[in-house]
Unconditional design. Structure first.
Length: 137
């Protein structure tokens, strides 16, 4: 019973963490008009603010998967969540455009560390056992 409870808590924590990661991605796009007005920047720079986390996430997906294999999925996932959370908070209080770019770049690095670790942990915890016992005959 206790093992089942810990698995449920682990899956819930992974889901909530991934949900917050997805909300960060979606809310940044919705906040672009406000960011343009508040920072007094043009659409090109605002588009860079939106795309920088995507670029850094895409660039780090494969290296983060390798790091997760070398150092452990849970450690890399935790580091990714911490980087994402700290840099999203610093982005919300950023005084200028350059600090915003740096914050979003590092939050993208955190996101890039989250994705391979998350899918790997979910595959080990959920999909692989289901394939063994739930596959159609």
């Amino acid at each position: 019973m206790e093992k089942t409870s810990s698995v449920i808590w682990a899956i819930t924590a992974l889901f909530l963490g991934y949900f917050s990661f997805a909300m960060f991605r979606l809310s940044l796009g919705a906040a672009i008009p406000s960011i343009i007005l508040e920072m007094n920047i043009d659409e090109f720079r605002a588009g860079l603010l939106y795309s920088i986390p995507l670029w850094s996430t895409a660039a780090l997906l494969t290296p983060a998967g390798w790091l997760a294999d070398q150092f452990g999925r849970k450690k890399i996932l935790l580091v990714g969540y911490l980087l994402l959370a700290i840099r999203v908070l610093s982005f919300s209080y950023s005084p200028n455009y350059l600090f915003s770019v740096i914050s979003l770049l590092i939050s993208g690095v955190g996101s890039g560390m989250i994705v391979p670790s998350y899918y790997s942990l979910m595959g080990v915890r959920w999909i692989i056992p289901c394939r063994r016992f739930c596959s159609p005959s």
